[in-house]
Design a protein around this ligand. Structure first.
Ligand code: CU
Length: 215
């Protein structure tokens, strides 16, 4: 897949000046037409301007069509999935936790809302994710990459991500899913390939039962 961060920055760089331009155009046109209409009405003349209205509507429709084309052009490549991903991770969202399952069986899951799961990924390579939900719709959102996909019960959402720089990529649920929605965090930690491999070989993270349990 392409790079959503730069794709969306490119799109918003186009949207923003156009939005300001359209806003200024509408405000100025409205002011000019109100003044002209008042003047004509005072003079007892015609106050309709059908041809102008058609041009006005067509101009704004052209702007909308241009922005749609820019958006689809940027978004379509983001949905492509690499033919041979180096790694496929299954992610399951549930109220209100995340589970990451790796090939070979390593599993990372939410221990408690205070200890979100930390799932390591190799930096600089395409990583494929298969996401699903155990109950309601959740949003898999990684703000640093401007990346968001919805996970639906009974459906697998497939997508690729690429972590060009090593480091922590915090994530959260972006679709309101109930009481503890705001606690649904996770972290993807991009590390070197060798570091990732030794992490994958290392022991499982502790089971969820040690999460502040006193019994
Ligand atoms: Cu949620």
């Amino acid at each position: 897949m392409a790079d959503p961060l730069h794709a969306y920055e490119h799109v918003s760089g186009i949207y923003f000046p156009i939005a300001i331009g359209v806003f200024a155009f509408i405000v100025l046109t409205l002011a000019a037409l109100l003044l002209a209409g008042a003047r004509r009405r005072a003079a007892g003349g015609k106050t309709e301007a059908t041809r102008f209205e058609v041009v006005y509507a067509a101009g704004l429709a052209a702007v909308v069509a241009f922005l749609l084309a820019v958006t689809f052009h940027a978004e379509t490549p983001l949905d492509t999935v690499a033919a041979n991903p180096v790694l496929r991770i299954h992610v399951t969202a549930a109220q209100w936790s995340w589970r990451f399952e790796y090939p070979g069986g390593k599993t990372v899951l939410s221990v408690s809302t205070l200890r979100p799961p930390v799932a390591e990924v190799p930096a600089g390579q395409e990583v494929e994710f298969w996401g699903s939900s155990r109950d309601v719709i959740h949003g898999f959102y990684v703000p640093r990459l401007r990346f968001q996909r919805q996970f639906l019960p009974g459906y697998v959402t497939r997508f690729d991500m690429r972590f060009d720089r090593p480091g922590a990529y915090g994530g959260a649920c972006s679709v309101y899913c109930g009481e503890q929605h705001t606690e649904m965090h996770f972290e993807l930690r991009a590390v070197s390939r060798t570091e990732y491999e030794s992490w994958l070989e290392s022991a499982q993270s502790p089971p969820p039962s040690d999460a502040g349990s006193t019994t």
